[in-house]
Design a binder for this molecule. Structure first.
Ligand code: CAA
Length: 258
């Protein structure tokens, strides 16, 4: 599919890369861009050749948030009627692992989108923040929830109440970001990580993602039971037989995703 606001391509054989492509607007997340992102995510999720998805922007901006110009004049009823944000939810229905490669501004909806990914790789110049308070609003795509889970209440409160941003290193120390690399290599390192995930047994990778995400929604008891069911279910897969046979035969496994 061809897109106008994103670039979608396959790199390293099994990594589906989605790059935001509105550099002049610092990759502000317009309704059109978000619709294209949703389409590309669904397409990669359905493609058996893709094992991991990578979302990125450019060196200056991952994304500077939802497009302010597109909503500045909206009334509350316009926001309810169009419910644009609910269309952003597509990312939460994607079963394959998603890596975010973040450089520069990662603000508002951009930060919320990065936090909706499974792993964040950042460049040293990345800045994470929820500056919506400066616009007279609050985050609308999970910033008050996911950020609080990621960095704790005090840091989240300060960020949401003052618009303070976190440097890449601060974000890493809080556990929001997995790795920080120099700007020149952060994208290549993110691709390397995505390729490593993409080379794993596909069904196990999907169920692993699902189980970890359930830990945010279930009690420990329910989560442990849920994990156990998925663990048992994987013994119905050919990849489980292959993985264990390969270990015993001291060879590399050949995953079929079945
Ligand atoms: N929406 C629309 N356009 C944006 C934008 C956004 N979120 N962020 C930047 N732009 C545009 C600017 O309007 C400007 O366009 P023009 O050249 O046509 O004027 C262009 O991108 C470059 O931006 P600046 O000139 O402002 O660049 P800067 O380097 O001086 O500042 C910045 C960079 C600090 C990121 C600043 O642009 C900024 O504060 N942006 C807004 C950040 C923000 O408030 N994000 C939250 C949005 S609301 C949201 O996301 C809600 C939600 O939870 C879903």
């Amino acid at each position: 599919m061809t897109y106008e606001n994103i670039i979608a391509e396959i790199v390293d054989g099994r990594v589906g890369v989605i790059r935001f492509n509105r550099p002049k607007a610092l990759n502000a997340l317009s309704p059109e861009l978000m619709a294209e992102l949703g389409d590309a995510l669904v397409e990669f999720d359905a493609d058996p050749n893709i094992g991991c998805i990578l979302i990125t922007g450019n060196e200056r901006a991952f994304a500077a948030g939802a497009d302010i110009k597109a909503m500045a004049q909206a009334s509350a009823m316009d926001m309810v009627a169009t419910d644009l944000i609910s269309r952003w939810e597509t990312i939460h229905s994607i079963s394959k692992p998603i890596v975010a490669a973040v450089s520069g501004f990662c603000l508002g909806g951009g930060c919320e989108l990065a936090m909706s990914c499974d792993i964040i790789v950042a460049s040293e110049s990345a800045q994470f923040g929820q500056p919506e308070i400066n616009l007279g609003i609050i985050p609308g795509f999970g910033g008050t929830q996911r950020l609080t889970h990621a960095v704790g209440k005090s840091a989240a409160m300060e960020m949401v109440l003052t618009g303070r941003t976190l440097s890449a290193e601060e974000a890493r120390s809080y556990g929001l970001v997995n790795h920080v690399y120099p700007v020149e290599v952060y994208f290549a390192e993110a691709v390397k990580l995505a390729a490593k995930i993409a080379a794993q047994a596909p069904i196990a990778a999907r169920l692993a993602k699902e189980a970890v995400n359930k830990s945010f929604e279930m009690s420990l008891h329910e989560g442990l039971n849920y994990e156990r069911r998925l663990f048992h279910m994987l013994f119905a897969s050919e990849d489980q037989k292959e993985g264990m046979a390969a270990f015993i035969e001291k060879r590399k496994p050949n995953w079929t995703g079945k």
